[in-house]
Ligand binder design. Sequence first.
Ligand SMILES: [Zn+2]
Length: 316
Amino acid sequence: MTRTGARREARWALGTVLVLGALACGSGGDGAVTLPPGGGAAVAPLDVTGWVAATDGTMPLVIVAPHGGDLVPTELPDRTCAGCETVNDANTRALAIEIADAFARRIGKRPFVVANLLSRRKFDANRDLTEATGSYAPLAPLWTLFHQRIDSAKARAARVHPRALLIDLHGHAHAVPRLELGYLLSAANLRLPDSIVTPLMFASSIARLDSSARSGDAGVVLLRGARSLGTRFAQSGFPAVPSASDPAPAVSDAYFNGGYDTQRHGSQVAGPVDAIQIECNYAGVRDTPAARANFAEAFVTATLAYLADHYGWVPA
Ligand SMILES: [Zn+2]
């Protein structure tokens, strides 16, 4: 098939099945948003700077934790938009911190970490502005600040090394206990034959990597080949989809394929930073301090292999 023909077929496949793709973390999708009381009224500006935590890193990896905050300031209204998800991804900020500490112990270097500190009842840091704030205008500067912090971390990570990776870290409550890796390709996309999935990679959140992986891997091999991130996690004791042993969710399986942050901060549009959403199951991954410490070690092992293989980065 010619490249043009492959692109045409890929766009057909995306257009046909993307509607079936699940959004991140219990999203209500594109439900209508209603203004909370006072949402449109002029009020004094909020000081939002204390609701985002950003820590510097020394390696080409950014970890974002948008759904692990637990602050519920009484001055903020609860989000009441129709269909909005307001349940946190339990312990995912603690997990991000544990992962950063595990990198420091293993290699003496830290990833950049950006975390939203507000409960999802008040703010959803993985949605567009309207749904993130529930149309409460005074929170708009927080949404802007959160993405500025991510943009800054990405820029600095790309100064450490010209190829960098962002992980958007979440938690799911689906029936199958495995990691769900989201590249913006739907479950229906992933169930297609390899020869059809490969040309879809231009629309994935690792589109730049698809054209420039140091390993020479490309296409569907980056999703479920021997050196894919899912396979590396499975080898480290944490089953993942997609991976070599679990190439795609079954038709009956719930699956999150990547949300707003992955769309905005990945490389399907442009830029030197790829993004992957990782949705973590609960038991044995993020439920207890011991589980989080154990998973953090596996995360370091899997991610270091991935960075070495495809980004050409190894700790000095
Ligand atoms: Zn989430």
